[in-house]
Design a binder for this molecule. Structure first.
Ligand SMILES: Cc1cc2nc3c(=O)[nH]c(=O)nc-3n(C[C@H](O)[C@H](O)[C@H](O)COP(=O)(O)OP(=O)(O)OC[C@H]3O[C@@H](n4cnc5c(N)ncnc54)[C@H](O)[C@@H]3O)c2cc1C
Length: 231
């Protein structure tokens, strides 16, 4: 008899306040995915005290000119990557769906989450080496989605608005990080300006998050991702 394994979701969360709205919507996503049959793992980077700095300390014995990605590939082959990285890398490889949960900081992810990508998207494991990039990346066939909050109201974003186009701000994450290693990237799930809303509006936003994750299988991909790059 064929035993079908439940799909696996990995949520990587970056907010320093456990009582924040960003954390509440992450928990909503976690509960919804679990109720829908996913096996869900949450990596709460602030709670874990995640080291966000990729430097020589990750590679004891490294000498001379320091080339971070070459060191990553060497340590991967030698089995000497630090345990915090290998644990998260295993979780990444096991996940059918990756959710990055964060507040928009400087039109990007908080530094702790950028540092997670720096250290865990290891050359030779998720791209490069036996793999290529984009549709040759190791995570081809998996899906990823951003779950975020903003400070700016929805009306402040847009091509002709003061904050500019949110899709453009997220492009470096969608394409340069997630697409680069092979993910099919889904349209982001965004709550605008929760700090400036009433409790009632915030509750409705959590309900929208729940509905988005109930229908995550049917969510559209981002429009400008998916290009094939061969070189
Ligand atoms: C360094 C930095 C850079 C930034 N750069 C940008 C930027 O480039 N662009 C931009 O738009 N914004 C920016 N911001 C603002 C930031 O994006 C917002 O402050 C953040 O996204 C708001 O989300 P939060 O979870 O932190 O809100 P919070 O202030 O934590 O939450 C808002 C409210 O929701 C309440 N709440 C919590 N849980 C629940 C619940 N279950 N139900 C109902 N209410 C609840 C909280 O009590 C609080 O009153 C920046 C902020 C920082 C610190």
């Amino acid at each position: 008899m064929l035993v079908r394994m439940p799909p696996t979701a990995l949520i990587v969360h970056a907010h320093p306040e456990p009582g924040s709205f960003t954390t509440a919507q992450m928990r909503e996503a976690e509960a919804t995915l679990a109720a829908g049959g996913h096996q869900v793992k949450v990596l709460d980077l602030y709670a874990l005290g995640w080291n966000a700095t990729l430097d020589r300390a990750d590679f004891p014995g490294s000498e001379g000119y320091f080339k971070p990605q070459a060191e990553q590939a060497r340590a991967l082959a030698a089995g000497t990557l630090p345990l915090d990285i290998t644990g998260h890398l295993d979780a990444l490889h096991q996940a059918d769906l990756l959710v990055l949960s964060f507040p928009l900081w400087w039109f990007s992810v908080p530094a702790v989450l950028k540092g997670w990508v720096d250290r865990v998207f290891v050359m030779g494991s998720v791209f490069g080496g036996a793999y290529g990039i984009f549709d040759q990346g190791a995570l081809t066939g998996r899906r990823a989605v951003l779950l975020l909050t903003t400070g700016g109201a929805a009306g402040h974003f847009g091509a002709d608005q003061p904050y500019g186009d949110l899709d453009r701000h997220l492009f470096h994450i969608h394409h340069g990080m997630l697409g680069f290693v092979g993910y099919d990237v889904l349209r982001p799930i965004v709550t605008h300006a929760p700090a400036r809303q009433t409790d009632e509006v915030r509750r409705a936003a959590l309900s929208s998050v729940r509905q988005a994750f109930e229908k995550i299988e049917a969510r559209d991909p981002v429009s400008d991702h998916g290009m094939t790059t061969s070189f």
